[in-house]
Write a protein that binds this ligand. Structure first.
Ligand code: FUB
Length: 440
C-alpha cells in the first residue's frame, strides 16, 4: 500500500484553496470548464495548462461551438489539491490577433534558457507568451510564429536542448525552433505514415528511454480516440503502434491529452464532458495512471472516475467517483442537476450493492466517527469495510427514512492507519443516497 505523509500540509493547503479548487478525483476541477490539459513538471510541481471552455453568450463567441477567450494554469504537488493561479493570458492581450476570436485552443508551456514559453493557437496561427515563472505573468510576443499555420502546439525540448514545434492542421507538422524559441529553424515538415483521415488536432510528443512517442487524437467512427506512434528521432519517421485510450463512452467528440512523469509514475491527462453531459464543447480535465510495457509499448488506459489523487479520510470522500462498483444496485446522479458543479451522489438501490473507493489516507488512526451525507426514501443500513467487500469492518450506520439531506454519524469500530481502499456496502434498504462520507 502506498504511503502518504503530508496530511497536515494537505489540510492547510485545502484551507488556502477553498472548497472549489480541490478534488482528488476526476474531473480535476469543478468550478469551471477545463479542456486540452497539457501537464508539465516545473520546479518539482505539476502545472497543467488547459484551455478554458466557456458557454457562448450574446456577443461572446459562437453558439453551439467552442468558446475560449483566456487561459488559466493549475498546479499541484500531490495531484489531489489543484490550485488555480487565475488567468495567465487573455485574447485581448495578444497584439497580433487584433480581434476577439474566442479560439484560444489547446496550449503548451516549456522551460528553456531560464524562461517559460507558453504556446497557444488563435486565429489559425500560433503565438508565444513568455514569463519568468510557470504561472506568469506571461507577456505575448508581438508577432505569431512566422511560418506555422495551425492549431494545438506542442513543444519538445530534446536531450541536446534542441526544441521542436509540433502542431496540427488536418495532419501533424513539425519544425525545429531556433534557440530564441519564437522562430522556426527549419522548413515545416508534414509527419508521414500516420492515419490519413481523422487526424485533426492535438499532437503531444515526449521521449522515454530513447523512444520518441508521437501521441495524437484520431477520429474514428464519430469521436476521437488517443493513439500513438514511435520513432527514434524527434522528426521521425514514426510508426503507428496502437491505442492509448478508446473513444469516450460519454460521446464526447474530442479528446486531447498529455503524458507526464512525476515522482516516478506516469500520468495521462485528458478530458471528457463530466460537467456538461449535454454539450461536449464544455469539457473537464481528468488524469489517470499510465503504464508502459517492458518493450516500451503504452498499455491502454481505461478512464476512471477515481483519478489519481489520494483522499484524506478527514475530508469529504466523494464515493460516487468510485474505483469499482457491484454489478447491480449502484448508480451515480448529479446531486443538483441545475448546479452540476455541486457534483454527484452514489445511489444504492439493492441490499448487497457496494462501492469501492481506492486510496484513502487514514493517517495515524485514532478516528472516532464516520459521517455520511445521505438521504433515503426507504431507510437502510450501511457498512464500511476496508481492502475488500469482506474486509475488516470499520463502521456501520443505520440510515433513517428521510428525503432531505442530513449528516448521519456512526462510531468507528476499528480505526485504520495509512492508506487503504474503502468499501461502502448497502446491507438493508432499497434507496440510500450518499453524497460523501468523511471521518473525524
Ligand atoms: O479545444 C478546442 C479544440 O478541441 C482543441 O484545440 C482540440 O484539441 C480539441 O480538444
Amino acid at each position: 500500500m502506498e504511503s502518504f505523509n503530508c496530511r497536515v500540509g494537505m489540510l492547510a493547503l485545502c484551507a488556502l484553496l477553498g472548497a472549489d479548487g480541490a478534488v482528488a478525483q476526476n474531473p480535476l476541477v469543478m468550478d469551471q470548464f477545463t479542456a486540452d490539459p497539457t501537464a508539465r513538471v516545473f520546479e518539482g510541481i505539476v502545472y497543467v495548462y488547459p484551455s478554458h471552455d466557456i458557454p457562448a453568450s450574446p456577443g461572446r463567441g459562437r453558439a453551439n461551438w467552442f468558446v475560449m477567450e483566456d487561459y488559466h494554469v493549475f498546479s499541484s504537488e500531490n495531484l489531489t489539491d489543484w490550485k488555480d493561479h487565475g488567468v495567465i493570458l487573455n485574447q485581448t492581450d495578444v497584439p497580433w490577433l487584433g480581434r476577439e476570436s474566442f479560439d484560444m485552443w489547446a496550449p503548451d508551456c516549456v522551460f528553456k534558457n531560464g524562461k517559460y514559453y507558453f504556446y497557444f493557437p488563435a486565429g489559425g496561427r500560433i503565438g508565444v507568451a513568455v514569463a519568468d515563472r510557470p504561472f506568469g505573468p506571461f507577456k505575448p510576443e508581438p508577432q505569431a510564429v512566422d511560418g506555422a499555420r495551425g492549431i494545438d502546439p506542442c513543444v519538445l525540448i530534446d536531450k541536446d536542448g534542441t526544441a521542436y514545434l509540433y502542431y496540427s492542421m488536418n495532419a501533424i507538422f513539425v519544425a525545429r525552433l531556433k534557440d530564441n524559441m519564437v522562430e522556426l529553424d527549419s522548413p515545416v515538415q508534414r509527419i508521414e505514415n500516420l492515419p490519413t483521415k481523422g487526424l485533426v488536432e492535438g499532437p503531444f510528443v515526449f521521449e522515454r528511454n530513447g523512444i520518441y512517442y508521437l501521441t495524437y487524437p484520431h477520429e474514428v467512427d464519430g469521436a476521437e480516440r488517443l493513439e500513438y506512434a514511435t520513432g527514434s528521432s524527434p522528426m521521425g519517421p514514426f510508426e503507428p503502434k496502437g491505442v492509448i485510450m478508446d473513444r469516450s463512452a460519454s460521446g464526447c467528440w474530442t479528446n486531447h491529452h498529455s503524458i507526464v512523469e512525476y515522482r516516478g509514475r506516469w500520468y495521462l491527462f485528458y478530458h471528457d464532458k463530466d460537467l456538461s453531459p449535454e454539450f461536449d464543447k464544455n469539457r473537464s480535465m481528468r488524469a489517470d495512471f499510465l503504464y508502459f510495457e517492458e518493450d516500451g509499448a503504452i498499455r491502454k488506459v481505461i478512464p476512471t472516475h477515481r483519478g489519481v489523487g489520494i483522499s484524506d479520510a478527514l475530508r469529504e470522500i466523494q464515493i460516487d467517483r468510485y474505483s469499482a462498483v457491484s454489478p447491480e444496485g449502484m448508480s451515480v446522479a448529479f446531486v443538483n442537476p441545475d448546479r452540476k458543479r455541486d457534483g454527484w451522489k452514489a445511489v444504492l438501490t439493492a441490499p448487497g450493492a457496494w462501492v469501492q473507493y481506492d486510496r484513502v489516507d487514514f493517517g495515524a488512526g485514532s478516528l472516532r466517527n464516520v459521517v455520511f451525507r445521505t438521504s433515503s426514501s426507504t431507510g437502510g443500513r450501511v457498512e464500511i469495510r476496508m481492502d475488500g467487500v469482506d474486509g475488516p469492518l470499520i463502521a456501520e450506520a443505520g440510515i433513517a427514512n428521510r428525503a432531505d439531506w442530513s449528516a448521519v454519524r456512526a462510531p468507528v469500530s476499528e480505526s485504520p492507519t495509512g492508506v487503504h481502499n474503502l468499501f461502502v456496502l448497502l446491507k438493508e434498504g432499497k434507496n440510500v443516497e450518499i453524497d460523501w462520507i468523511r471521518f473525524e
